[in-house]
Design a protein around this ligand. Sequence first.
Ligand SMILES: CC(C)(COP(=O)(O)OP(=O)(O)OC[C@H]1O[C@@H](n2cnc3c(N)ncnc32)[C@H](O)[C@@H]1OP(=O)(O)O)[C@@H](O)C(=O)NCCC(=O)NCCS
Length: 277
Amino acid sequence: MPGRGGCLDGAGTWACQIFGRATPPSAPRHQSKIQPTVGDLQAQLVSWRGEGARIGPLPGDEGSARLTFLSPDRPPSQELVAHCMSRLASLAYSRALTSAVGAATESVLAACGFQVAEEMVVLTKQLDRDQPSAVPPPGFSLRRSRRRSASGVLLLDAASFPPEWRLGGMGLREALRATPRSRMSIVHGPHPAGYAITGMGHTGGFVQRLAVSPEHRRAGIGTALLSDGLAWLHRQGAVQATVNTQSTNQVALSLYRRLGFERSSQRMAVMSVSKFN
Ligand SMILES: CC(C)(COP(=O)(O)OP(=O)(O)OC[C@H]1O[C@@H](n2cnc3c(N)ncnc32)[C@H](O)[C@@H]1OP(=O)(O)O)[C@@H](O)C(=O)NCCC(=O)NCCS
């Protein structure tokens, strides 16, 4: 993904983009412990006739904003997009990047002058009765996080992704709330070494986030976290799991394919705009 100050080209790390809604029907207990980060506090909401979007600074890319539509399961109206663009101009941003959006939202945004900044690859996997199980390497244990402070997870996320892809407190809350049920699992060594968020939607499951700290990679922790999430989804009744990642994230693609995911025809893309008037 292009971007001033962004390090996606060189860092070799990339994000999953969160599927689902950003406004929850209810908040699981562990979410109340998530503290807002500086970027969260600077975020602004734009509302238009029942629709909404959030504008906040894009970490590591001064002058750019992250634009998140708060009902990603239905496309925004052109009026909401126009309101967002005038707010971006009034806040003196020079550029905005969206979170990954589906094809319908992409069409609306393209009509408003946005361009595709990054195409995502969407992969799916049918969940069988016998999910392959994998345990973390010796010295590490995998636990479901129920009431622990999320600060360790935010540090881990920040170490795993380049600035503009980091979740922050608000993003972490949204990942946990994006589906009616979600599970956050953490692999612990002396410190948290990896974490995953898996969400159960109405008809299927989603791998919302997966990260292993750079010093513990290629030891089987990612496989253990993904297997744990898939087994949980199957127990929840999901018959299919979906994940997305950037087409350039060969490491994640290799991991997903190794666990049986196949590329789907579903389209998702990150959109950008730099002229707001
Ligand atoms: C993707 C990620 C979670 C993998 O975690 P991990 O603990 O290193 O993965 P594992 O050790 O379980 O490796 C499983 C498989 O992934 C692939 N893989 C992992 N690291 C790889 C590398 N450096 N090069 C190529 N393939 C790699 C391989 O297929 C590997 O199987 P193998 O070791 O039998 O060849 C980790 O690299 C990461 O956090 N990356 C940054 C964040 C990210 O991209 N998350 C995914 C967003 S969708």
